[in-house]
Design a binder for this molecule. Structure first.
Ligand SMILES: [Zn+2]
Length: 119
């Protein structure tokens, strides 16, 4: 093989490598941009706050192994997490997302308490 062909092969493989690196960087960026905030759950027995990947409510408590973790909603006015109304009730009555105390619309995201546990 001539020197020129070897150089050409080297350049081509270098370009291929750069392409692979660039593609993996781009796909990693896309994954983190697509990341959703963690779902927040409140134990209906202990009122402990948990957060983690979205899952069916009630979720299983990691210590007691019982399905007592209800999806939680946050009231920015009262600055508290409260158990969310059941999805079927929310569907019929979107006002269910209003805080029963101050009537502020509650959200599924908010400031997590310092003692919140990751699921
Ligand atoms: Zn409130």
């Amino acid at each position: 093989m001539s020197q020129t062909v070897l150089r050409g092969l080297f350049a081509a493989s270098l370009l291929l490598l750069l392409g692979v690196v660039a593609a993996s960087v781009i796909s990693k960026q896309a994954a983190s941009e697509g990341e959703r905030p963690p779902a927040v759950f409140m134990c209906r027995e202990s009122s402990e706050i948990f957060y983690g990947a979205s899952q069916v409510s009630p979720a299983v408590h990691p210590v007691t192994d019982r399905a007592t973790l209800l999806q939680a909603v946050y009231c920015p006015q009262c600055e508290v997490w409260q158990p969310a109304p059941p999805a079927d009730r929310l569907y019929k009555n979107p006002q269910g997302l209003l805080c029963p105390k101050c009537q502020t619309p509650r959200t599924f995201t908010g400031e997590l308490p310092a003692d919140a546990t990751e699921l």
